[in-house]
Design a protein around this ligand. Sequence first.
Ligand SMILES: [Zn+2]
Length: 159
Amino acid sequence: MRCPTCDRSELIESVENYHYRECGLENITLSGITVRKCPECGVVMPKIRNIEGLHDCIAKFLVKKEERLLAPEIVFLRKSLGWSSSDLAKNLQIDKTQVSKWEHGRVEMSKSNELLFREIIARGKKIMDYHREGAARKAATVLRLFVEMGQDREWKLAA
Ligand SMILES: [Zn+2]
């Protein structure tokens, strides 16, 4: 395939780990996916199958994690529901400016709001093994996450 950006070279395909910044999170690596690169202009184009399934996999991990949510994770989860900031504000019966403060990391979400938010995601995404007693008990940390596609073509966290 010819480079769609510069049209000066064929794209070179390789299988590698890809830092998936496009999702808005800084800590997601996709294991062993096909990546096309242009040797001329350097454009990098990952081939990501089943993006919806991938985002569901990440959302499921985030909802269930023991650590408090980071600001970009709140944004990711809200978007995974297809919700605007106003939608979230309405559902939590709070002011929209509050959502913006959380999502920019200016104010920490109260734990009760965070648990309610997680509950909403778990229900919306039908995550049946979400246990609220274990959720959000620990301080927020950036966890490196490796996600890979299994032979069944479902995305899952790599061991
Ligand atoms: Zn190019």
